[in-house]
Design a protein around this ligand. Sequence first.
Ligand code: HEC
Ligand code: HEC
Length: 363
Amino acid sequence: MISDDPSDAPIAGATADDLRVFAEGGLVFDRVFRPSQGVGPVFIQASCRACHGAGGRGPGSVTRLAIVDRAGEPADAARWLPYGSTARRRFAAGATRGVTAPVPAEPDRLLRSMRVGPAVFGRGWIEAVADESILAQERLQASAAGQVSGRVNRLADGRIGRLGVRARLADLESFAAEAFQGDMGLTSPRAPAEVPNPDGLTDDLRPGVDLRDDVVRAAAGYVRRLAIPARAGLAEPGRRLFADVGCADCHAPSLRTRADYPVAAMAAQDAALYSDLLLHDLGPSLADGITGEGVATGREWRTAPLLGVRFSRSFLHDGRAGSIEEAVRLHGGDGSEAAASVRRFDALSAGDRAALVDFVRRL
Ligand code: HEC
Ligand code: HEC
């Protein structure tokens, strides 16, 4: 059964085959896995849905940890974070403890930052965007006057990263495999090793690799075919103001998808993502010090796709903003590429600002 939740709808033009993948993958996405199926030794939640409720944002989250020196640069991670930079409090399968934040000698050298599970709808369209569309945005920004100059997150294998808050992965199967492994303690052929844990366990109640690759492909196949939630109608003057103050420089209204994308209904289309899928330096106030996400620094974030932002109740990667206005103001801090745009937003008349915010709220 396909639900009538607008944030859990399949793409328009889906074939019978697409609908079958969507339905079967949706069951995997909703499934609460058990230790006997391989959850553990350490994990955060036991289902995708626990962090990506109803295809929308949250309620689950991931806590990331970093150790920095006095200048704020990453340091000493091997000593203080031997089990990696992700907290995994829950444990199963014979483990006696989870992975929690260390208590370093100088507590202010520990950065702890939260990541709220973003919406997953429309993420197939992010995967489908042609490399050339992203590179064209990068060139356009480099040639324009002003502070806005995003860059692609180039992965070790040469592909352009686009998924995740730092665009650290290029395809949904990789994301699903990493989520199963890192968030749920479920290994698969693409991500076969149990994550490091204080008990030193290298396996769990299910010997060897926990999930077959078709389970990973099913979860990815469901996310791939989730539609961008239908929009009620985008009114002027909000659309014009969004472009005039420079929001659209980063939150690009649409990007062209690949002509050879395997889901035919999504090939060679304009995807209304409201993101350029590039990394931008938003300055120290939003930085979390986490590195190792492709080439991104701890101050850079992928332009958040504003598609379906009306389903969110908290904003920015850690949910620190309670409203769209607050989110805008918080990404205009010192050293942020968005500072000039946010100043222009603040300089609008109250009526124009309300029209711009209303436009964003309908995306
Ligand atoms: C413990 C919470 C948690 C669980 C469980 C979880 N996720 Fe996520 N997911 C997150 C967070 C937090 C992010 C963003 C953080 C990041 O990019 O590092 C994310 C990001 C994503 C993205 C990228 C979204 C974007 O905007 O590019 C996809 C796709 C995704 N998850 C799919 C899945 C799938 C499929 C599963 C189940 C196999 C899953 N997640 C399980 C928390 C979770
Ligand atoms: C320099 C590029 C840039 C400009 C210009 C910019 N943004 Fe953003 N925006 C970002 C990035 C990057 C994020 C993600 C930050 C994070 O998650 O911490 C973001 C996040 C947001 C969010 C939160 C979305 C969510 O799902 O949490 C909103 C809302 C938003 N921007 C609206 C705007 C508006 C309105 C403007 C114009 C006044 C604007 N932005 C200008 C790059 C930009």
